[in-house]
Design a protein around this ligand. Structure first.
Ligand SMILES: [Zn+2]
Length: 410
């Protein structure tokens, strides 16, 4: 892909972001000549820009490599830990924190149960304290942190950086979470819907950048869908894209708040599954609003299912409903890859992935002219918080009219 740059000093920051992005994506390094071939930049501009990146410690020079005639070329490599970002995922069950480097690799992480019944203001305070502790305990210099990303359940208001009454987080009505973190740490902070963050994470750190067209089915306390088409994560008119909870996947199931039966969100909710298991004598019933206990009970159920066919059958019913939803999504979007993600899925994947795959394959045998891959996220249960960190990095690059790094590093 050829990318445009500009050979004007006034927009050097944009060129710096462009060249840096090319180096970042080149896992085995890239020479200045190769950068020139991928952009419209002159040799002199590339020389200036790379000098700046070298001075800032963001890239390093590697060995000289000979390829054919001409003098050997020095390859430029990313210095992944030159800058870091913090990702925070607010889930109704747990709040997860990740510090990631420039390729989205996790440097440090922490998770705490989401307090029940506490005022959002108090939860904000504890999020700030936990973030500060994570940074200090890992001896990360705050100068290296270029941003914070927050992943929150929808609805969110991106412009205001607020959480707007998510169904599973009572009391979180119009809470300006982004600004609270931004003021505490004095770094650029972004807030996005959790599925969007998880999708950014798949492109940056989950190995899906080469695919580019994918859907992420995210299963935590709730279920949601993230979409990337042509390497771009979609957000929707109000940045709340991806609510698939009311997709009707079955004629059976409890009545949903929307009035119909068989809604995906209700049928595969971890609260419903652990309570169905309790009805069968496996584990104890759990209040469905106690999301932390539901998550723990679900983990226990998945362990139990290793040796119990009845428990596996319950999970397989959920796999059938998920497969039905995936088939609709894949046909609608023409994506070649569905990434299964989220903490609940991470627990259940060993029992459910095969069941999802076989049903998807059977149901859409000749619907699309290409095979559909259903894969587990490589990012594990922390995918949304890692993705939030990646979102902070992406946002730093998007501020490309000036170098994302210039504000901190004159
Ligand atoms: Zn519904």
């Amino acid at each position: 892909m050829r990318r445009r740059g500009a050979n004007l000093p006034a927009i050097g920051g944009f060129n710096q972001a462009l060249v840096f992005d090319i180096v970042r994506r080149a896992s085995s390094g890239v020479s200045r000549t190769e950068i020139a071939a991928q952009t419209d930049l002159s040799a002199q501009t590339i020389s200036n820009v790379t000098r700046r990146l070298l001075d800032d410690g963001l890239v390093r020079e590697g060995d000289k490599v000979s390829s054919g005639p001409g003098k050997p070329r020095t390859r430029l490599h990313l210095v992944p830990d030159a800058r870091l970002a913090v990702g925070i995922h607010l889930d109704p069950a747990r709040i997860t924190y990740s510090i990631v480097d420039l390729v989205g690799r996790v440097i440090a992480r922490r998770a705490t149960p989401t307090p029940r019944g506490q005022a959002p203001k108090d939860v904000e305070e504890s999020m700030i304290a936990t973030t500060r502790a994570l940074i200090e305990d890992n001896e990360v210099s705050q100068d290296r942190i270029i941003g914070i990303g927050i992943a929150a359940p929808g609805p969110v208001d991106i412009a205001r950086g607020s959480v707007n009454d998510p169904p599973l987080l009572p009391g979180w009505n119009d809470v300006p979470l982004r600004d609270a973190l931004a003021e505490a740490f004095e770094v650029p902070t972004v807030l996005a819907k959790d599925v969007a963050s998880a999708t950014v994470g798949e492109l940056w750190a989950g190995g899906q950048d080469a695919v580019g067209d994918l859907a992420v089915v995210y299963i935590g306390s709730g279920i949601g869908l993230g979409i990337a088409l042509d390497h771009t994560v979609l957000h929707g008119a109000t940045s709340n894209l991806g609510d698939i909870g009311h997709l009707r996947v079955s004629a059976e199931g409890p009545v949903c708040s929307c009035g119909q039966r068989g809604c995906l969100g209700v049928n595969v909710s971890p609260a419903r599954i652990v309570n169905l298991a309790a009805d069968q004598g496996v584990g104890k019933a759990v209040a469905e609003t106690d999301h932390a206990r539901v998550a723990d009970a679900f983990t226990a159920l998945c362990r139990h299912a290793d040796d119990d066919a009845d428990a596996r059958a319950l999970l397989d019913d959920a796999a059938a409903d998920i497969a039905q939803g995936i088939t609709v999504v894949a046909n609608m979007l023409d994506v070649a890859t569905i990434v299964m993600s989220g903490p609940i899925w991470a627990d259940a994947a060993r029992h459910m992935l095969d069941g999802v795959r076989s049903r998807v394959a059977a149901s859409r045998a000749d619907a699309l002219p290409h095979p559909l891959d259903v894969v587990n996220s490589a990012l594990g249960p922390d995918a949304a918080s890692v993705g939030a960190g990646c979102q902070a990095l992406e946002s730093a690059f998007a501020r490309g009219e000036a170098s994302p790094f210039a504000a901190r590093l004159p």
